[in-house]
Design a protein around this ligand. Structure first.
Ligand code: ADP
Ligand code: MG
Length: 230
């Protein structure tokens, strides 16, 4: 019981801290990105420099994503999140290009195969958050030169999304620990990404399953109730 109390106190404390930090990070990021956007369009720089500015902007976008992710733990019921029809393929393509330069830095690649008939009902930002977290984990688990495959398809009344990597994989014990706050085997990990993902997926009546083999790789299978034709 004591452990549970300590855990919830820790969560509360981290919630306060993250809200403050996230807020403080956002403003300078916005300013720096504004300048980079100007430089990117400035003909005084050559094409190679301008593409580096684009990369920096992408990285800042990632910083912002992570920040808002932390904010969402800090204030989970901040407002009633608007539920809308989400075109899964569109979001996957968007996330792939957002994470593209991040992956390219370590020579890793993302391949998206998504059906046109994959629509779901949920908050688009939350859906994106889940996908970003899962693809990032897959990239982080992978070796240089690796490819992460993302496959989305309609299966009866559900939309199934698989995120497949051939990275370090996990033992059965490690898979069981997924989603536990602060559980991370990474040097710079927060161990909060999957906790957020599990929460979001469960909230919309979806499911998340892991198939993993140590040293071979991991497949995450996400399932969401499908939205009917618009
Ligand atoms: P973080 O990425 O900050 O460590 P997460 O909650 O996203 O936190 O993940 C928790 C842990 O789960 C990771 O540190 C890693 O050990 C393990 N993990 C998650 N996804 C994968 C994957 N695709 N392959 C191998 N291990 C994974
Ligand atoms: Mg993670």
């Amino acid at each position: 019981y004591l452990e549970q109390v300590q855990q919830s106190e820790r969560l509360k404390m981290i919630a306060h801290l993250t809200a403050a930090v996230a807020h403080e990070i956002r403003n300078p990021v916005t300013v720096v990105r504004g300048f980079l956007q100007l430089y990117r369009e400035n003909p005084a720089f050559d094409t190679s420099d301008r593409s580096k500015f684009a990369l920096m902007i992408d990285e800042l976008n990632t910083v912002e994503q992570v920040t808002s992710q932390f904010l969402s733990i800090a204030k989970p019921n901040r407002e009633l999140l608007q539920v809308e029809r989400v075109d899964v393929r569109e979001v996957l393509d968007g996330v792939a290009s957002l994470l593209g330069s991040y992956a390219m830095l370590s020579n890793k690649h993302i391949d998206i195969q998504a059906g046109e008939d994959c629509a779901i009902f949920m908050n688009a930002i939350e859906f994106k958050q889940v996908i970003i977290n899962l693809i990032k984990n897959a990239l982080e688990a992978s070796d240089t030169g690796a490819m992460v495959h993302v496959i989305a398809r309609r299966v009866k009344k559900t939309v199934e999304i698989q995120i497949i990597d051939q990275g370090c994989g996990m033992t059965e014990e490690e898979v069981k620990a997924l989603g536990t706050p602060f559980y991370s085997l990474k040097t710079n990990g927060t161990g909060l990404g999957l906790m957020i993902c599990f929460n979001i997926v469960q909230k919309v009546g979806g499911s998340i399953k892991y198939q993993s083999e140590k040293g071979k790789g991991t497949t995450v299978i996400l399932t969401f109730p499908a939205a009917g034709p618009s």
